[in-house]
Design a protein around this ligand. Sequence first.
Ligand SMILES: Cc1cc2nc3c(=O)[nH]c(=O)nc-3n(C[C@H](O)[C@H](O)[C@H](O)COP(=O)(O)O)c2cc1C
Length: 147
Amino acid sequence: MADVTLITGSTLGGTEYVAEMLAEKLEAAGFSTELLHGPELDELSTEGTWLVVTSTHGAGDLPDNLQPLFDAIKDNQPDLSRVRYGAVGIGNREYDTFCGAIDKMDNLLTACGAKRLGDRLDIDVLEHEIPEDPAEVWIESWKLLLN
Ligand SMILES: Cc1cc2nc3c(=O)[nH]c(=O)nc-3n(C[C@H](O)[C@H](O)[C@H](O)COP(=O)(O)O)c2cc1C
C-alpha cells in the first residue's frame, strides 16, 4: 500500500495536473504515492492516507469521474475510521457553490469516521491562474503532518 493515495475528480483534466505535482512533491519527500483518477470504492484500501483533490462542476457538483465513488461511499457507509485524509478543492469563487465538491467529500468522509489531516485548501482559479502555485505551498506543511 502506498503511503498516500491521491484521489482526483476532474472534468477537463486541470485538477489531475495539480494532483500529479502533489504526488511528485510527496515522492521527493520520501513518501510512496498512488494516483487514482476517479477510482471505484473497491480500488481503495479503507485504511491509510488519502489525498482528495477535486474541482467542482455544475452547481456545486462533483465531476462525473468522482461522483460514482461519492455515491458508493454514501450508499455503503464503509467504516473509514482507519483513514486519514487531506482535502484540496479547485473552483471558481464566482459560483455561490465555490468548491462545493470538496466540501461534499470532506463532509462525507468525516461522517464515515475518516479524520482530516490539517486544513483544507480551496483554490480559486480566478485568483490563481496557475492552481499548482498555492497547492505547492500547502503541500509543504501538509506533508509534515504525515509522520
Ligand atoms: C460548467 C461549469 C460549472 C462550474 N461550477 C462550479 C461551481 O459550482 N463551483 C466552483 O467552485 N467552480 C465551478 N466551476 C469552475 C471549475 O471548478 C474550475 O474551472 C476548475 O479549474 C475546473 O477544473 P477541472 O478541469 O479539473 O475540472 C465550474 C466550471 C464550469 C465550466
